[in-house]
Design a protein around this ligand. Structure first.
Ligand SMILES: [Zn+2]
Length: 121
């Protein structure tokens, strides 16, 4: 029997579904979320945009490929993308209850789930 859309739709109780990012039927890795305080002198989440991003794009402290990577990163963040990234290791026992992520094994696209419902993408 051919699978129907409802058989493969993203769902909280499935480890394989049609990825909302790449549209492939793919295995998903489920992740819990932990929290750590924002580490920014202003005490608010860090965003680099506008003039600050232009400054970063010209910052001679970084080699060109590093600058390009940083600018691409901030463009994704500023554009509203949610994705996994390696950052400094943190140690925390602050668990975010009720929030999970699913990550597509095929494209690494990340979905955000609140209360068992996909809210992103
Ligand atoms: Zn995918």
């Amino acid at each position: 029997m051919e699978p129907t859309d409802t058989d493969t739709a993203p769902a909280f109780d499935r480890a394989r579904f049609t990825c909302p990012a790449c549209r492939e039927l793919a295995d998903q890795v489920w992740l819990n979320a932990y929290a750590s305080p924002v580490n920014n002198p202003d005490g608010v989440p860090l965003r680099i945009a506008g003039a600050g991003l232009e400054q970063l794009a010209r910052n001679p402290q970084f080699p060109p490929e590093v600058r390009e990577r940083k600018v691409a990163y901030w463009n994704r963040v500023n554009g509203g993308d949610v994705f996994l990234d390696r950052w400094a290791p943190v140690q925390t026992d602050l668990f975010v209850a009720g929030l999970e992520l699913s990550v597509c094994r095929s494209c690494l696209g990340t979905a955000v789930w609140l209360g068992g419902r996909m809210v992103y993408p």
